[in-house]
Design a protein around this ligand. Structure first.
Ligand code: IPE
Ligand code: IPE
Ligand code: MG
Length: 261
């Protein structure tokens, strides 16, 4: 995806001491960046606030991550917002999150229009409360014609459930005689995942310091570079994003091969 270098320089003008846009090779921007947005609860607790306040504050970080990704010309930004395991949280928190998703999505539609962002969801959105599901469908409809960045939001997403679902679809196709199990390929399975058609993530960022995947994109992250920061999600800003990208560019991606030195 293309970007306007002048707009980008302006966007990243006057930053903190330790990082600047000059450290980034603009010719090697990753295509797909994925983020596990974690630490909202701890952010709120540290301020003596309710966990829900952390989720509300996290929305601002998400908006900034979308804008930053667009400025950088990233093709796909995916973000983990609610896992299949997050239903186990107190009902009050689940309700708050479902309401926040609906409200935020409607509020951000003008941003998506302005930035030419196409929305997509990863996960079983049919199982969401009606109001949330309806706003998501509206978001899909209203952004379907946008040709810029794809913003994929993982809601009611679990990687194991996703892989089982894909396996079931392939098994049904085999049972119908359309394909023989012996002909199954990784590409066929990829094609039945929620991420079908998207490139695998180049970079995975996880905030709040946790060193685990929490059932996120287990298949798609096979060769993704991982970056974990202690910064809590509501504090994560464009400079933290830039730090992650600079760290990413310092990596050798070998994909099992060797790198000539
Ligand atoms: C991430 O923040 C947001 C969601 C999982 C919805 P958390 O709510 O997990 O925050 P911590 O990890 O408890 O701090
Ligand atoms: C992962 O965070 C899910 C999202 C960020 C949406 P969690 O906070 O649910 O993960 P665990 O429980 O710490 O592994
Ligand atoms: Mg968490």
């Amino acid at each position: 995806m293309t970007f306007d270098e002048e707009v980008l320089r302006d966007y990243f003008a006057q930053g903190p001491q330790d990082v600047s846009l000059d450290a980034l090779d603009l010719g090697r921007i990753p295509r797909h960046v994925s983020i596990i947005m974690d630490g909202n609860g701890r952010w709120a607790k540290a301020r003596g606030l309710d966990r829900s306040q952390g989720h509300v504050a996290g929305v601002e970080s998400l908006r900034e991550a979308v804008t930053t990704s667009v400025r950088l010309g990233i093709d796909v930004l995916s973000c983990y917002a609610f896992s299949t395991e997050n239903w186990n949280r107190p009902q009050r928190e689940v309700d708050l999150l479902m309401g926040l998703f609906a409200k935020t999505l409607v509020a951000e539609l003008p941003l998506f229009a302005q930035e030419n962002v196409r929305l997509r969801f990863l996960g079983d959105i049919d199982a969401l409360p009606a109001k949330t599901r309806n706003t998501f469908v509206r978001g899909l409809d209203e952004t379907a014609g946008n040709t810029g960045m794809t913003f994929a939001l993982a809601v009611n997403y679990g990687s194991r459930a996703e892989i089982v679902r894909a396996a079931r679809i392939l098994a049904e196709r085999a049972q119908a005689g359309e394909v023989s199990p012996a002909e199954f390929t990784p590409e066929m399975l990829s094609g039945e995942l929620y991420t079908a058609g998207l490139p695998d993530p180049d970079l995975l960022i996880r905030t709040s310091g946790e060193l685990r995947l929490s059932n996120y994109l287990l298949w798609q992250l096979a060769y993704t570079e991982m970056y974990v920061t202690d910064v809590l999600w509501p504090d994560f800003d464009k400079w933290d994003y830039l730090r992650a990208l600079v760290a990413y560019q310092a990596r050798d991606r070998r994909f099992g091969g060797v790198v000539a030195r």
